[in-house]
Write a protein of this length. Structure first.
Length: 158
């Protein structure tokens, strides 16, 4: 009887640990998907900004406009801006002014909400660079993870 009781206690503890590890794994996978989405978005933004010229950021630095010069392509007017999704949450949107068929596109997944995005244009000598600072949160199930990112992009074309 004692051995059966000990076995039941050990089995209960082992199953509890297994369930906890499984839930932690699911949360880690969800975080990975969200971070991958954010990484893909920032990679695209930094590539276009590096290939751009004539940067202009608005007064509160929540919007940047520039001419994107793709290698061997035609110049396009691009705008990145922090704006409301329509549900009270904010995201970063892309507008291509040169393509009338492209409307404003939300660049982030719905799980990511941006609280603040700054596009600071700094001109040093003949080359400009842009500092992007993003603060937000990612919703994973019932929990939220804070995000604080910053990157700098140097202009290639000048």
């Amino acid at each position: 009887m004692v051995s059966v009781s000990i076995f039941i206690i050990v089995a209960f503890i082992a199953s509890t640990v297994f369930i906890t590890v499984n839930e932690a794994n699911k949360k880690a996978q969800a975080i990975r998907l969200i971070v991958d989405n954010l990484n893909f978005t920032l990679d695209g933004m930094t590539y276009r900004l590096a290939e751009g010229v004539d940067y202009y950021a608005n007064d509160n630095e929540s919007k940047i406009e520039f001419k994107y010069l793709p290698p061997g392509g035609v110049a396009r007017e691009i705008i990145y801006e922090l704006a409301d999704r329509g549900n009270g949450e904010k995201s970063i949107f892309l507008t291509d002014e040169s393509d009338p068929s492209l409307t404003r596109a939300d660049l982030l997944s719905p799980e990511i909400s941006i609280e603040q995005a700054k596009f600071r244009v700094i001109t040093a000598t003949s080359r400009s660079y842009v500092v992007i600072s993003i603060q937000g949160k990612a919703k994973i199930g019932r929990s939220e993870t804070k995000l604080n990112l910053q990157t700098a992009v140097t202009q290639r074309n000048f």
